[in-house]
Each structure stands twice: as structure tokens, then as C-alpha cells.
Design a protein around this ligand. Structure first.
Ligand SMILES: [Zn+2]
Length: 259
């Protein structure tokens, strides 16, 4: 058994039995920690509302070697981020960030960069006036850290600069200019990937936005803004690309886009 004390963000909390909670945390040194908080639903005193999604806590846990659930001993609230939990738009955008982390991060892996990015993005989200633009700006940097950088510099087929042509995406890991998209869409899909009927299209401005979002620091992504249609197109594009990388659709993205 490995006793750890670490900063962690609560990703999900699932009621278990009469009084317990199974909680998924994300931490910089231990990656994903799945833990059991005994009695957390009966005695509010012990955890003081700290086991809610988006919260940063100082977690004390006993991690078991067998891969069994860790024992959650303490979770002292550092930041509840009520501003996200009390605003539907922010809640929706933040839920997609947490889902991405729950898909790509693993247990026991050092994930300091991804942790800092998520923590900063959630802090910015709490104050944000355009949560969906912020969500779109979160994707490229996060996917790059997860090993799935979006190839947005040039067309995968003819090499054209996508910031001059705009971009289209039909599936897999190749992005095309509008001129090449019909041919790319006709390519045999990579194994196990789903090719959507119609390619997702994003404008030149959105290509520039996503490139910039990947290049600048996390604290600056809140300053980038997209117009309504570009925002919608960007999230469709990013959702499909992330689904190819993850091997499954993001459940929270459709809900977030509704708000
Ligand atoms: Zn092309």
C-alpha cells in the first residue's frame, strides 16, 4: 500500500451503496486515482462537500498495488470552483474537459503538464464569458500533451497551408484542404475509425485560432474568441478528431454544445 498526499482535481463522484462514494481524481504525480470514500454520503463533515466535480483538493489516499480502489482518507478543499457548477454553459464546457482527461490519462503515470493545463483552464473557465470558445482552445494543447497533436499546419494530401484554405476533416488523423477533401474522404479509413458521412469543415480563422491556442500558454487561452458559427464548427471538428484519437465519441460534447 502506498500512502500519498497530493493535489488532485475531482473528475467524477459516483454514489456507492448506502453511504459511500467512488471518486475519480486526477493528480500530477499519480495520474488518475480511483478511490473509495467510505461514509462520504452519510457524514458531510468529513469531506465538507470536497468530492464534487471540478474541485481541487489536497488528497490523502492509500493506493493499493492490485489496482483495487484506493482508500480515500482525506480530501481537503483547495478550490470548489462553484462558479463552474452554478452556470450551465461553464458546467457543460468543463464536463468535456474532465471527460477528455478521464479518457486519455491513466493510473500511476506522471502527468504534471496535463494537470497544470487542466487546472489553469478550469480557473479561466470559472471567470470566462465564452466557455465554448475556451473549450475549443483547450483541445489542441491537451491533445498534443496526450500524443495526438492535431496536424493543422498543412493539407495532408497536397501540402497547402490550411490557414489560407480552411480545413476539412473526414476521420482518422489526416486533415485536408477543401480541394482535397473529396479524395481524402474516399480513402479507406484507418482500422477501427469511423468516417462521418460529411466531413467537418472549419474556416481559415478557426484554423488560425486552433494553431494559436496550441502555441500559447494555458493562462492565455481565455483571451481567444470565436464567432458563433465558427465556435460550433470548431467543436464539431474537435469532437470528431478527439473521437478518432480516443476510439469513442465524447459523451459530454453534445450536451455542452446545446447550451
Ligand atoms: Zn489539399
Amino acid at each position: 500500500m502506498n500512502l500519498v498526499k497530493t493535489k488532485a482535481i475531482v473528475i467524477r463522484s459516483i454514489p456507492y451503496g448506502e453511504s459511500d462514494l467512488v471518486v475519480i481524481f486526477f493528480s500530477p504525480a499519480e495520474g488518475i486515482i480511483r478511490g473509495m470514500a467510505k461514509g462520504a454520503r452519510k457524514s458531510r463533515k468529513r469531506f465538507q462537500g470536497s468530492l464534487e466535480p471540478f474541485a481541487t483538493v489536497m488528497l490523502g489516499a492509500a493506493i493499493k498495488e492490485s489496482g483495487a480502489l484506493a482508500r480515500v482518507d482525506a480530501a481537503d478543499l483547495v478550490n470548489a470552483r462553484l462558479g463552474i457548477r452554478e452556470d450551465l454553459k461553464k458546467y457543460g464546457a468543463g464536463s468535456v474537459m474532465l471527460e477528455l482527461v478521464s479518457i486519455f490519462e491513466v493510473a500511476g503515470a506522471h502527468s504534471g503538464d496535463a494537470f497544470s493545463l487542466l487546472e489553469t483552464a478550469l480557473d479561466v473557465l470559472e471567470m470566462s464569458s465564452s466557455p465554448l470558445s475556451l473549450l475549443a482552445a483547450f483541445f489542441p494543447g491537451y491533445l498534443r500533451l496526450s500524443g495526438f497533436a492535431i496536424p493543422l499546419s498543412s493539407c495532408g494530401r497536397c501540402g497547402a497551408d490550411l490557414a489560407i484554405t480552411g480545413a476539412m476533416y473526414a476521420g482518422g488523423f489526416s486533415i485536408c484542404c477543401p480541394g482535397c477533401a473529396p479524395f481524402c474522404a474516399a480513402c479507406p479509413p484507418e482500422a477501427g475509425l469511423q468516417v462521418a458521412d460529411l466531413p467537418a469543415a472549419i474556416s481559415r480563422g478557426t484554423v488560425a485560432f486552433l494553431r494559436k491556442a496550441e502555441a500559447i500558454g494555458a493562462e492565455a487561452i481565455g483571451r481567444l474568441k470565436l464567432g458563433g458559427k465558427d465556435e460550433k464548427d470548431a467543436l464539431d471538428f474537435l469532437g470528431r478528431f478527439a473521437a478518432s484519437a480516443a476510439g469513442k465519441r465524447l459523451k459530454t460534447l453534445d450536451i455542452a454544445s446545446e447550451f
